[in-house]
Write a protein that binds this ligand. Structure first.
Ligand SMILES: NC(=O)NC(NC(N)=O)C(=O)[O-]
Ligand SMILES: [Zn+2]
Ligand SMILES: [Zn+2]
Length: 513
């Protein structure tokens, strides 16, 4: 008997200490999140479903107010100006943010999450954590550079399966319009019926083998299907032109480490040529036209001259057309991109300072409808950071987490206001993607909210928590920015606070009906 006891005693000790450990753990987490045992409450860093947030600066469609927003079960149920708070909250149910800004969460309609197939470039987990940390409450995923690309309902299903239980913010999906499905309406119909929010096309090579470029005839064919669904096509508008017109061959522009060499390979005339073709079909989207109900959205406009003029003219005739640009075209200029720094390579390319000033003018005057990141990361090996070869490196900029501070830091010098910021990053993107319950702080809408401090400056250095996959590839690293995201709510769940995410990923997949 004695011998038996000596044998089981160590085992018993181990079992008991495990028990004590888990008991302590549980009571510790229970203190932080009293309701953590219910799965729903792992979604939020806050224990309440019904609560109030107040601040001196709440950005609403009616202007900036000092007051409070009441949130219940994921929705905004009242917005009240002044000190009085509707209802009878307990003290701990009211969060007073002082003069930090309460704004609608950002909606980023141009994000390459690359899963399945190229998760090592970026994936649902890392990408949506970065979004949450940046105050982005909804992203719309691009149909490439994942593998396979999202070009049929079967391939969309693979996407949805891959995203399951991994997303920290809400995610919608663009399908891909490629020659194969443009010419086979039933594939396109299947993809749209399965819930993509619209489709995306490239008018030049995309760099991805299973995402071939589309001609204007493919796009036209796609538009007649899209008109039925009243969903948009979003287009990478560049058409390859004859080089000889643009390249003056001399030693300077042949150096592949010089940014100018790359810039010269993709002149504004590429954008202009594509947009010229697009506006020749958007005239049919006017009221009463054969394509009424369809909409053309031009992604990541870089050329603020002739290309923009074409879009403005089409709009003035009532064409259903819109355009976005990205923070990197508004923050950087070709003159300042260092030799060999391929973090700045993207297409269309970042152009000169004059072009940037004109882009800002168009943004502030409302000719550019909205902003998006075009977050398109890859692995460091393909960015060829050591060789610094701009011609061979992967084109795409990683910056999803920094949309808000970057737009604000560079925009305030041009007079950008908080209301404009929220139109460009929330209201207009929601309209494009057909997200009716998102994009503004208004009664009945989803409580998708970012709380941030525009005046707070920070250094984007190695100490700063960055959640995009290969943070060293972000062109913004090393900069000092203004506008720190403090907290992010997705449908009333506090998904990010002080560098920490909610315990569980509770974003939902958004499918069009
Ligand atoms: N295959 C890509 O992700 N391309 C992207 N690349 C950029 N913008 O450089 C894009 O959106 O065109
Ligand atoms: Zn593109
Ligand atoms: Zn893109």
């Amino acid at each position: 008997m004695d011998q038996f006891l000596w044998r089981v005693l160590p085992l018993l000790t181990i079992l008991v200490s495990f028990g004590v450990f888990f008991y302590l753990q549980d009571s510790y987490t229970a203190q932080l999140f009293p309701l953590i045992k219910l799965p729903r409450d792992k979604c939020s860093l806050l224990p309440h479903r019904h609560f109030w947030i107040s601040s001196k600066r709440i950005v609403t469609p009616q202007g900036i107010i000092s007051g409070s927003v009441e949130i219940n079960d994921g929705k905004i149920i009242s917005v009240v100006e002044g000190h009085a708070i509707q209802g009878k909250p307990k003290q701990e149910e009211v969060i007073d943010y002082g003069d930090a800004v309460i704004m609608p969460g950002l909606i980023d309609v141009h994000v390459h999450l690359n899963e399945p197939g190229r998760t090592e470039w970026e994936g649902f987990d890392t990408g949506t954590r970065a979004a949450a940390a940046g105050g982005v409450t909804t992203v719309v995923d691009m149909p490439l550079n994942c593998y396979p690309t999202t070009v049929s309902k079967e391939k969309l299903k693979l996407k949805l399966d891959a995203a399951e239980d991994k997303i920290y913010v809400d995610v919608g999906f663009w399908g891909g319009l490629i020659p194969e499905n443009a010419l086979n309406t039933s594939i396109l119909d299947g993809l749209l019926s399965a819930g993509v929010l619209g489709v995306k096309s490239f008018m030049c090579p995309s760099g991805i083998d299973d995402f071939p470029m589309a001609t204007i005839d493919h796009i036209k064919a796609g538009l007649s299907v899209l008109a039925k669904y009243r969903r948009p096509i979003v287009v990478h508008a560049e058409i390859q032109q004859d080089f000889e017109n643009h390249l003056e061959l001399n030693e300077d522009n042949l150096d592949p480490r010089a940014y100018l060499t790359y810039l010269n390979t993709r002149p504004p005339s590429w954008e202009e040529a594509a947009i010229k073709q697009l506006v020749s079909v958007t005239k049919d989207t006017r009221k009463g036209g054969p394509l009424e109900g369809a909409h053309v959205h031009i992604v990541h406009l870089s050329d603020s001259s002739a290309s923009l003029d074409l879009i403005k003219e089409a709009k003035s005739h009532g064409d259903s057309i819109s355009v976005e640009t990205c923070p990197h075209y508004l923050a950087f200029t070709s003159e300042e991109i260092p030799n060999g720094d391929t973090r700045f390579k993207c297409s269309p390319p970042i152009r000169d300072a004059y072009n940037k000033d004109k882009l800002w003018e168009a943004v502030l005057e409302g000719h550019i409808d909205l902003l998006s990141t075009d977050h398109s990361p890859t692995v460091p090996e393909l960015k060829l950071m050591e060789e610094g070869d701009f011609l061979k490196a992967w084109g795409g900029i990683s910056s999803l987490q920094f949309n808000l501070p970057v737009t604000w830091s560079y925009g305030k010098k041009y007079g950008l206001t908080l209301e404009q910021l929220s139109l460009l990053w929330s209201k207009k993107p929601a309209t494009l993607a057909g997200l009716e319950s998102k994009g503004t702080i208004a009664v009945g809408n989803h409580a998708d909210i970012v709380v941030w401090q525009p005046e707070l400056e920070f250094d984007l250095d190695d100490d700063y928590p960055v959640f995009i996959k290969h943070s060293e590839l972000s062109a913004y690293m090393g900069r000092r920015l203004s506008g720190k995201v403090l907290e992010t709510f997705v449908r009333g769940n506090l998904v990010f606070k002080d560098g920490k995410h909610a315990p569980a990923p509770c974003g939902v997949q958004i499918l069009a009906k």
